[in-house]
Design a protein around this ligand. Structure first.
Ligand code: ADP
Ligand code: MG
Length: 369
């Protein structure tokens, strides 16, 4: 049984800590999936630094930590600003939105301990926006033994309806994740390895910039084959899906490699090649090689990464814009779609996307008072 499609607003702030993406989707949480307006509000340097500090000590962070509470408030208020800005731009009244899908900021992801932690105050956001808020999307999956990630695959599959298959949708955020959609509609997903995270950290440490704009540093470097081989020896790549990653899962491997002895450009080129090689490695775990890779997320803005991917995969690699999607909005759209699914009690994840034992509904609802 279908439900009447309504407007849902998704909010995503990924592991890159670059800002909040907000997107409107008209959807019934099933077949109707019409993307609408979207925008990104960046985090200011102060909020980014505070979130990064929390992420770095998340393993030992107390739930009543004062800095946590303060960062959570600032983060929530930035999300409320994104909602107001998007509704203003789109000319939509808050009362016409069925619900917001509020992902929150992941500061810790340890599915093997049945733990995934997204910060953000849903009740505060619901009050500020005057709209019901669906949040805590990943908790039920992880509690049931799933990886709790990736969570965009059902949205990717909803969008991919008419495309030639098998097709792979590759999202390159702080970490990478892939959705494989087979000819019979089977959806298989997992994290692939690093996305932009290690490269962002590398250029931040060496050049004091948050990312390698336009891939300009990366493009002038030469890949260190020895360091790349060392990084690819990480056991994550040989393991079959389901599997997921924390933002900092490769930090120790990178620190233990000889990356630090490379120039900034050679290190950047090696990390871009690491991202591409880890995507290529996931093919061994898929039932059939994708005919085409559609790339979404910030990584598609880095031509050096796109070139490395083309070389590593040897088939068509295109930004999702090639099929009319918006790669800056897709993850936010996913959480609009998942909010609609949550309200209807539909599964948000599947055994083939997160390894959860059965199709798993999830999300919690906060109402504006
Ligand atoms: N113009 C650009 N040139 C190079 N890299 C870019 C550009 N724009 C975005 N990126 C990369 O994309 C990242 C943000 O990607 P995003 O998909 O928002 O990730 P997340 O979902 O983790 O927030 C940035 O940190 C940066 O590494
Ligand atoms: Mg982002």
């Amino acid at each position: 049984m279908g439900a009447k499609p309504g407007l849902h607003l998704g909010l995503m702030s990924g592991t890159s800590l670059d800002g909040v993406d907000a997107a409107l989707v008209e959807t019934d949480g099933e077949r109707v999936a019409r993307p609408g307006a979207s925008l990104t509000l960046p985090y200011d340097a102060g909020l980014r630094t505070r979130l990064r500090a929390l992420l770095d000590r998340a393993d030992a962070l107390a739930r009543d930590d004062a800095e946590l509470a303060e960062a959570e408030r600032a983060l929530t208020d930035r999300h409320a600003e994104a909602v107001a800005a998007l509704l203003g731009e789109a000319g939509v009244a808050a009362g016409d939105v069925v619900a917001l899908g509020f992902h929150g900021q992941t500061i810790l992801h340890r599915p093997e301990r049945r733990l995934t932690w997204q910060i953000g105050d849903a009740a505060r956001l619901a009050r500020a926006a005057g709209t019901p808020v669906v949040h805590d999307f990943r908790a039920a999956d992880v509690a049931a033994g799933g990886q709790g990630a990736p969570f965009a695959p059902l949205w990717h599959a909803a969008l991919a309806g008419a495309l030639e298959r098998p097709v792979a949708v590759l999202n390159l955020g702080g970490v990478g994740n892939v959705t494989w959609i087979g000819a019979d509609g089977t959806v298989i997903a997992c994290d692939t390895g690093p996305g932009n995270g290690p490269l962002d950290d590398w250029v931040a440490a060496r050049a004091g910039v948050p990312f390698d704009d336009g891939g300009r540093i990366t493009a002038t470097g030469t890949v260190s084959v020895a360091v790349l081989a060392r990084l690819m020896a990480h056991p994550f790549f040989a393991a079959p899906p389901p599997k997921s990653l924390d933002r900092l899962d490769f930090a120790a491997a990178i620190a233990g490699s000889e990356l630090a002895s490379l120039s900034i450009a050679d290190g950047a080129a090696t990390l871009a090649a690491f991202t591409a090689a880890s995507v290529a490695a996931v093919r061994a775990h898929l039932p059939e090689a994708p005919r085409r890779w559609l790339v979404t997320g910030g990584g598609r803005h880095n031509p050096a990464i796109m070139t490395a991917l083309g070389a590593a995969l040897g088939v068509a690699v295109d930004p999702v814009e090639a099929v009319g999607w918006d790669g800056d909005a897709m993850e936010a759209q996913a959480f609009a779609y998942l909010a609609a699914r949550s309200l209807r009690g539909l599964p948000l994840s599947l055994p083939t996307t997160t390894g959860v034992p059965r199709p798993m509904p999830g999300g919690r609802l906060a109402k504006p008072i």
